[in-house]
Design a protein around this ligand. Sequence first.
Ligand code: ADP
Ligand code: ZN
Ligand code: ZN
Length: 735
Amino acid sequence: MVSEPILRIALSGPLRTLFDYLMPVGMSQLPIIGTRFQVPFGRGGRTGLLIGISDSSELPRERLKRATRQLDDGPLLNEKEMRLLQWAADYYQHPLGDVIFQALPVNLRKTRAISLARPEAWRLSATGRQADIAKLSRAPKQLAVMQTLSVHTDGLLKAELIASSGASDSVLRSLNARGWIERCHLVPSNQSDDNEQHRHPLNPAQQAAVDQVSARLNEFIPFLLNGVTGSGKTEVYLCLIEAVLAQGRQVLVLVPEIGLTPQLMDRFKQRLGHQVALLHSALADGEREAVWHDLRLGNKQVLLGTRSAVFTPMPDLGLVVVDEEHDLSYKQQEGFRYSARDLALVRGQQAGCPVLLGSATPSLESLRNAEEGRYQQLDLPNRVADASLPDMHLIDIRSVPLDGGLSPAMINEIRTALSNKEQVMLFLNRRGYAPMLTCHACGWLTDCPRCDARMTHHRKQNMLWCHHCGHQRRVPQQCPECGSPDLRTIGQGTEQIEERLGNLFPEAPLARIDKDSTSRKGALEKLLEGIHSGAYPLLLGTQMLAKGHHFPDVTLVGILDVDQGLFGADYRASERMAQLILQVSGRAGRAARPGRVLIQTRHPEHPLMQILTRQGYSAFSKEALAERRLALLPPFSHQVLIRAESTKASDPIEFLHRAAAVGKSLNGADQIELWGPVPAPMERRAGRIRAHLLVQSSQRKPLHQWLAQWVPELITLPEARKVRWSIDVDPMEML
Ligand code: ADP
Ligand code: ZN
Ligand code: ZN
């Protein structure tokens, strides 16, 4: 007797093993891999996804439970999509079930059955188009159907047809039996709502980039589009997208934070019309699910979305674009710590299509890949339409009296620009009123009781607020230590600069853009609209203002404080600083009037600062890469960071010591370096003590082979149970 097949199922949640179940009662046909099941688990039920079918299990057969039921009428993910997720689970050493369920829209993680079939649609048949519908005068429902379909010549979804004609299933059946109507697939039409004024003839550099990619549309090949801010990268994307759509294939476009740039969404919609679907954090769960199905079924051809959009099934993928590829938001920083940029490359490889990474400030990783010939580099060295790149100047603030964080030189420049009716943008990457409050009598500081950090003073709310753990308290009237009422702020945040600028330039309305000023729904859109309509001569913001925006009237950009980037604990700090300065600067002088950038610094002679401002990003990145090469840091080596935390101080370090000892005994350990364990840069956060162990290797392959042995060992360590721990492959932040 052939034994009953066993379903190997991945469950949602951080479970590292697969679970075996017998087929549900009454099920006779073998289900297809990628199908969801409801299964009993613990005292309740869970949703799981079928990964494999086997004829044996490690458990004795009588201990296996039956799956409760198959949820959907078919597989949710096909083989190709499963391969990507399996790849990601292996590469990031993250449980497959959690990878799968994070890749699905929230609605599909729940135990709710859906139908995966293409929605039914109807159209007139050839006979139907000739039919004399006057004969139907005594069948008004049938008449209504025929009339409705004669308007919708491409066909109509059954649900819409029924809604507009009032007909029922049986009416459709009888018209079908007569041969007048037939089922059809709705094919999205290729018309866009383009209006020609949004189209520019490409300049030679843009044309060369488009030509090079278009020549290779049917193979996997990574391109790095290195184009200065305002060089027309988006225009290049759009032209290539049109070329791919003309082949009847789909395009995935990843962007860092879509909500910040409604302009970009509008541009895509204008050019590509209803073929575009958008996936971003402001969508409700139902809307996200609808987008997922639209792409899976090919009802939409282009997906413009943030990080998690990289998992959306797209059966005819013909091009992947990653805009601002250097952006940190592509890396998920908790749970399943994947890089959407890197997975985009894997997707392109699996789909056999080009992947275009674009940036004005490419990551050192990508520049190195281009240098080594793994990526084809395409350059857009100039801004479009004769706009020039802004001049950069450093303002030495070492012995200068600052007025609320602003140097006299900066204030003068702002005054001149405003009197010339130019728009000014100021950048400070710190929100709130001041990063800390101190007692002038005894030196007390606003330490967070739960973190090794200070609580930020938010004056409008009269609160002290820890930006690391969210802890809040009212601003005390007097010093909690000595009772002195003389409490003073140290340093500045955007809230304070806004106040100061209001006093200095009362006639110039200011738009402040940071997390606090835009927390209400619609607030950001309103501010951006005001900026574009010229209502705000002064713009002030954090990095929310730095990315992607096109503010054609800004001529002066003032960067108030970037010095922490020069000496950060993280070796990536200077790369980040350079990218931020260049991106912020990129907002200046994008149109006819040339731009100026002023950077306040206490380290004007710092070599990196000098190179960046005098010679630009590519000189800077060469220098930074040379430093990394000497220090054998990524991209000249590969890293994995393991983090552990616990409320008990000694537990994390003990676990990591144990982990290191185990690691050293494994095969291939001679190719691996272990650094630590060491306390995390912020050792205490949200009441937990945190420690790190850094793993490094000059070769990717031995690192991953070793990692695949190590992680299963770690899970079994008794010390692991006392801490929260996580693995971060290719960590982007050492926090
Ligand atoms: P980037 O993405 O590199 O910052 P964009 O594609 O947003 O640049 O282009 C900046 C501005 O220049 C946009 O307003 C765009 O419409 C316009 N533009 C793009 N290409 C051209 C071109 N070839 N000629 C004229 N204007 C262009
Ligand atoms: Zn005091
Ligand atoms: Zn805190």
